[in-house]
Ligand binder design. Sequence first.
Ligand code: BG6
Length: 254
Amino acid sequence: EVMKELLGLRELENKLENELGVKKVIVVAGNSDQDSWVKREMGRACMSELKRSIEPKDVVAVMGGTTLAAVAEMMQPDAKTREVVFVPARGGLGEQVENQANTISAQLASRAGAQYRLLHVPDQISKEAYSSLVLEPSVKDILKLIHSARTVIHGIGDAKTMALRRDSVDSFIDKLIREEAVGEAFGYYFNKSGELIHKQRTIGLQLDDLGEHKYVISVAGGSSKAEAISAYMKYRPSDVLITDEAAAESLLKL
Ligand code: BG6
């Protein structure tokens, strides 16, 4: 804590809370664009935030991505986390296995000694498949559990980076460029004013389902994500933002 004062991180946190309208901002030292240990530091901060805020028997929904994978690595069991159920917030959204929400929720649970449930549905499915899948009893059950989550932990991505990572078609990439998309979270793409440009259809928690009763922790760092973080927070300011020094400094310059 003394170290944080010395490094000026506390000041960055206060400024960002005002700037973004986010109740609590936690800034760790470094730039996760450059050093992978910075993601794990954000992960450590995220895990202490989670342990502070959860109640026994809570359902915690998690999204995918490399940042969330680093968050899961930092889970250390304690009496509180053992009683939690981890679930993926949504389907795979075109990620590699180790960065999928299912994998991350299972990882968190196994490190915490907690329970988890998987959502066995393909991502990016047709309207027809979607309508019949959500009626499957096993899918219905897990969706109910996912929607009951009180805490949601998710990453935020740069719009173009995420579209490319999901092997999106050229016409979609062109649309994102034309409409000046800068950020992405939960499969939703935003411009810099935080306006919605596109919503990807997948099964699970939708960003618009995150009512006030959900406790949302966003984890995203690196100066390359500054615009994305700012855009997302205009759409739905999180309860907690965990970021790094490089993103924080770039955010304050926008
Ligand atoms: C994906 C989520 O899994 O991770 C996205 O579906 C998010 O919504 C992305 O933007 C963040 O990924 P990373 O690797 O930058 O943490």
